[in-house]
Design a protein around this ligand. Structure first.
Ligand code: GAP
Length: 448
């Protein structure tokens, strides 16, 4: 991340270009809730698709699942969340702001310096009622992690998928936590999306699999363009491990507010399956036919936040540079994450150009997420596409009407090549999947 990338710049770009808006903005917004706009929804979906492709689609030892947000309340008792999913809460005796005790340095209110109350444990799960009666018996929770939906379906999946261990079950979905101190834009919110894998292994092989998944996950972020120097690993101290964890590593990213957790990769041991077996009365052990043994599997859990990943990809790709004496903001997003893969820009709104340009757009948008823009000067339109991270712009000009050729401009190098329309689809496909942009050809030009 370049030194001058501030959170304010990211928030401002996100608002300006339709990535992320404050939730319920016309009513003044709702603390820590955010809405994804037209560009944000594409970026977020691309992040989820990239994760699913790597974790599920390209592996034969992982299957997917999609479980409900509300689950039987006994799940959360068994999992330990009712008793242990808490943060220590303190309140300022003067201004009454509330803080997480473990984030306070000198035992004084960070806002006004006032004295704080003694810490009390605050459960982070949102509670609601199922059905028309608001009584204790109908209390349900909004899930704080998607993992439990996987554990309670372990037997269903093993039986129906006919797969053997090691076996992973993956899920992407919303989670909810009544965080005491949400903040830093979409870094910590009360409603967010998880991308979680529970990878079930034979006890005794768990340490090796933890190392394996830590490496896989680091590689994933780097394969999508995150700078290596902005990533690091941190092992949890014994005193900070979650109630279910035997060991855990955080993948940390250098966000504008400093190094912070991007993803957690935990060894959850046999804690969850054992707990659910105990509370439900169901035998959740696994018979290993190969070794002729029965055991309760251990679980390695890479657990990532979709929104936090989106933030990391935005921060890492954000660059400011001087082009033609002007300031250019560009998101150098990996092509597979970019909201728009290509933008079709007729040189002007001239009525002779529009039919061809529209035709090019119509042809491209059946293959790629494509944008069409004919307003304002071509320079301003390029800048807009740079700011939303569009890897390629296709310009239709008056010569195109004669020679049936168009110009492709590459976002990062600003190089341009000209090529026949019938080759456009194929050329874009190749370049989006990594083929070098050949700016050494005769037609290559460059914005200075
Ligand atoms: N199932 C294990 C689990 O949930 P976690 O470390 O609490 O572990 C995993 O969360 C990831 O989920 C975090 O690394 C982060 O990316 C994301 N996450 C957690 N709480 C979040 C919040 N309040 N807002 C946004 N993302 C959050």
């Amino acid at each position: 991340m370049p030194a001058d990338v501030t959170m304010d710049k990211i928030v401002s770009l996100c608002k300006r270009r339709g990535f992320i808006f404050p939730s319920s903005e016309i009513y003044g917004g709702l603390g820590s809730c955010w809405d994804y706009g037209p560009m944000g929804v594409e970026l977020k979906r691309n992040v989820k698709n990239a994760w699913w492709r790597t974790i599920v689609q390209e592996r034969d030892d992982v299957v997917g699942i999609d479980t409900s947000i509300m689950m039987h309340p006994a799940v959360w008792k068994a999992s330990g969340h009712v008793d242990s999913f808490t943060d220590p809460l303190v309140e300022c005796k003067s201004c009454h702001l509330r803080w997480r005790a473990d984030e306070i340095e000198n035992q004084k209110c960070p806002q006004c310096g006032g004295d704080l109350t003694e810490p009390r444990m605050f459960n982070l799960m949102f509670r609601t009622f199922m059905g028309p009666l608001e009584e204790t018996a109908s209390t349900v929770y909004l899930r704080p992690e998607t993992a439990q939906g996987i554990f309670v379906n372990f037997e269903n999946v093993v039986t129906t998928s006919r797969k053997k261990l090691p076996l992973g079950i993956a899920q992407i979905g919303k989670s909810f936590r009544n965080e005491i101190t949400p903040g830093n834009f979409i870094f910590r919110t009360r409603e967010f999306e998880h991308m979680e894998l529970e990878y079930f292994v034979k006890p005794g092989t768990d340490d090796g699999w933890l190392d394996y998944w830590v490496k896989q996950r680091l590689d994933w972020y780097m394969s999508l363009g995150i700078t290596k120097e902005n990533l690091r690993l941190r092992q949890h101290g014994k005193d900070e491990l979650a109630h279910y964890a035997k060991d855990c590593y955080d993948v940390e990213y250098l966000f504008p507010m400093g190094w912070s957790e991007l993803e957690g990769i935990a060894n959850r041991s046999d804690y969850d399956l054992t707990q659910h077996a105990k509370h439900s009365g169901k035998d959740l052990s696994y018979y290993d036919g190969q070794d002729g043994e029965r055991y309760v599997p251990y679980v390695i859990e890479p657990s990532a936040g979709v929104d936090r990943s989106v933030l990391a990809f935005l921060v890492d790709s954000y660059h400011e540079e001087v082009v033609e004496g002007g300031n250019r903001v560009v998101l150098r997003l990996h092509p597979s994450l970019a909201p728009m893969k290509v933008a079709v820009l007729p040189l002007s709104r001239n009525e002779r150009l529009s039919p061809l340009a529209r035709d090019v757009y119509r042809r491209l948008c059946s293959s790629f997420m494509a944008d069409y823009d004919d307003s304002q000067s071509i320079g301003r339109r390029y800048r807009r596409q740079d700011e939303i991270g569009t890897p390629f712009c296709v310009t239709v000009d008056f010569e195109s009407l004669q020679d049936n050729q168009v110009t492709i401009r590459e976002r990062d190098s600003l190089a341009q090549i000209r090529l026949p329309l019938e080759e456009l689809d194929e050329a874009l496909r190749a370049k989006l999947s990594g083929e070098a942009f050949d700016a050494t050809t005769l037609w290559a030009t460059r914005e200075k």
